[in-house]
Write a protein of this length. Sequence first.
Length: 408
Amino acid sequence: MAIQNSTTTNGTAATNGVNGASTNGVKAGPAPLDASKLVMTLAEKLKPLPEPESLVFGQTQTDHMLIVNYDPVKGWGAPEIKPYAPLVLDPMSSCFQYCPNVFEGMKAYVGPDGEPRLFRAERNMARLARSAERVALPPFDTSALLTLLKEFVHTEKRWIPSLQGYSLYLRPTIIGTRPALGVSASDSACLYVVASPAGPYFKGGSRAISLLAVNENVRAWPGGTGGHKLGLNYAPGFKPQKDAADRGYDQILWLIGDRVTEAGAMNAFVVVRRDDGDLDVHTPNLDGTILPGVTRSSVLSLLNAHTSSSLLLPTLPKTLKIHTHEHPITMPELKAWSDQGKLLEVFGVGTAVIVAGVGRIGYSGWGEELVLPENEGGLGPVGKGLFDMLTEIQAGRVEFEGWCVPVV
Ligand SMILES: *Cc1c(COP(=O)(O)O)cnc(C)c1O
């Protein structure tokens, strides 16, 4: 790795690939992503750190960015960590026209030892590679990107607030940069990672959110791209979300017909009391319309861990058995559970919010709103137990299956 100090603010997405020719004159394929080629250019003047309490999600830029370009002939160039700066791109770049754009959302936390930690980061790397493949962006070595990401987290370490519930949000992004208008795959790409310090999602104590169930617009459909983190999945949701907000709802409960898919950009969970006193926890199965969330997967593991007593959720009785189910959930089922007094909790999960409790659900198919049991702070015992355990694991205070390890 080369380190140089400069005041460079040039963010041009120029190709910087290495020579792809091999020694015997036979042309080698495009170069793979190689972390050992990292070039560091540190900012000469660092920005003042903001007051943590003043942070608004995703609105603060740190000092540096990680960036690497892919050229169709040379392959991946030399990755750079350099001062945060605008990109300069050809106006014809396919990212502006046909949206071959993918992203990830993940967080770095600082542990009691003062060391930065990443939570299940290899899952985000694998999902980014799957998303990229879905829109025919060039492949990359996920472990090389993780190595680079760790170097970036170390570079930006001072930006991770050490306050409880705070973290450094990381946004790995890949955009297609082919500078031509032909409707085809982008054979050039720019991969970059930016970071933004983040506070707790709900300021001044958490509360239950309201959902408006919608099926006249859909977020995802069978055979579509809902199971991938593609930029193009989100813009069509902005207008329905605005309309729902105008009607007094926080988020949309996205349906396909009468089937529940996701709550806003969160995976949805439903807790139902069984006749034998155990709990059923339902979440839609990963049928391609559901984003395979890292938090979703972690929540399922933690619920199963409680039942097997390998890690107990502090808010629940030790002997409580929780049966997890990944299968379709319908609106009539929700209504029936509610009418029978068995519907205990509905919550959404994701990296930004961790766990968000739902207080009421509006749906044109019902005469009146479905109202969930009220809980202090908006989370019921299952949601609260999961929130607390996830934040303990992320802060490095509880170790579970190597999920959140210091960045080395
Ligand atoms: C990112 C995202 C989630 C949550 O995924 P995590 O990996 O848990 O952060 C859920 N649904 C949608 C639509 C998303 O974009």
